[in-house]
Design a protein around this ligand. Sequence first.
Ligand SMILES: C[S@@+](CC[C@H](N)C(=O)[O-])C[C@H]1O[C@@H](n2cnc3c(N)ncnc32)[C@H](O)[C@@H]1O
Length: 334
Amino acid sequence: MDIFKWIERELKPKVCNSVEFFYDEMDSQSDYSLPIIYRPFDASKRSHWRDRGSLFDYLFSTEGEGKKLLDFGPGDGWPSLIVAPFVDEVVGVDGSPHRVEICTENAKHMGISNVKFIYVEPGTLLPFQDNSFDGVMAASSIEQTPDPKVTLQELYRVLRSGGHLRIGYEDLGRYRNGQEREAHLDKIDDHMCRLTLYDRHIDQEFARMYKIALSMSREEIIKFFSENGDSLSFDLITIPLLEKVCSTITETLLCSLTHPSGKTFVSWLKEVGFREVVPSHSGAWFAEQLFAQYSDEDRPRDIDAIDSILRPLVKIVVQMAAPISVNPMITAIK
Ligand SMILES: C[S@@+](CC[C@H](N)C(=O)[O-])C[C@H]1O[C@@H](n2cnc3c(N)ncnc32)[C@H](O)[C@@H]1O
């Protein structure tokens, strides 16, 4: 029998949305790694250049400079908090009350006052009038909502006519070839762990995730599932072994998400009414390529110098149409 069918039949998981499954319980959903928000900018790091590339991507693709932007699903406050210094106002809406708290704290400790974060219950309409925003950013968040197409309709509604929506999305295609099914183990404390199993259906554009809470230590679980004490992989998790630890399982959750491919996003964006939909190159990707062009000695060392190089180039890059398979970034114009 398929392991996921067994889990559903025997463990009767509680069905929940992505906020209950992931986002509401994390203190940082980026593991405190975000440049500027959590760490000082470090010009020697490729990921920090990538972050500046993303900032100018969202700023220019939304034509948001000096304007009022919506950030849908900001997580730890990204990209709201890095974009904020360049715009008039940012409103971040998140379906997790805890994420809203964290974003608000981050804004406070960064001394940013032109951003506010608002909670919106998943599956409900956005608490804004039609045509409220000049631009909308959504970074890896639309596919986390209960109905991504309804989310796109809402983003269309609150965007003003002529406004730009920029979306970045998680393309399930990157998990092809062996990562469709995955296992992750997280320690809750010395006596509790959570095992998360991923069941990705790339071509059908959805993923199911199961989270099993076990009252066992991390070491006990690894020893139990893996004879030689190796780290855990999906292949090691079998029905007979799960049957043996059944009495230690305290809770099982199930979250199903639709993950539209780029092609589906493009057709949905057109269906909800956007007059122009353009998959384009990504500023983040471009900034990484630029980083790699410099030797360690020649690479600019301060953020202002890097910004002045990236700004005009990213402005052009994000307008360049790209094949949908190249970058998971799309601009849609109302
Ligand atoms: C993968 S995270 C992305 C966070 C951030 N934009 C980034 O790129 O680092 C997804 C975010 O979407 C939020 N989210 C999930 N469902 C939502 C919903 N129905 N409405 C608003 N936000 C939602 C989550 O709470 C989380 O903050």
